[in-house]
Design a protein around this ligand. Structure first.
Ligand SMILES: [Zn+2]
Length: 54
């Protein structure tokens, strides 16, 4: 039986400089809301809020 795969690749974009710094996989069945994570941005040289983009 084939497993249903709802995972998609997404980017995490810095909200300050708009750089796409991280890629991630997301499971859409468990997590339908947009991801927002505090991550280190190499362009801003500090931790900034990163939001999910496609
Ligand atoms: Zn940045």
């Amino acid at each position: 039986m084939a497993k249903k795969d709802n995972r998609r690749y997404i980017f995490l974009q810095c909200t300050i400089c708009k750089n796409k710094n991280y890629t991630s996989k997301k499971n859409y069945t468990n997590n339908k809301e947009r991801l927002e994570l505090n991550k280190f941005c190499n362009t801003c040289k500090k931790h900034t809020l990163h939001k999910e983009v496609k």
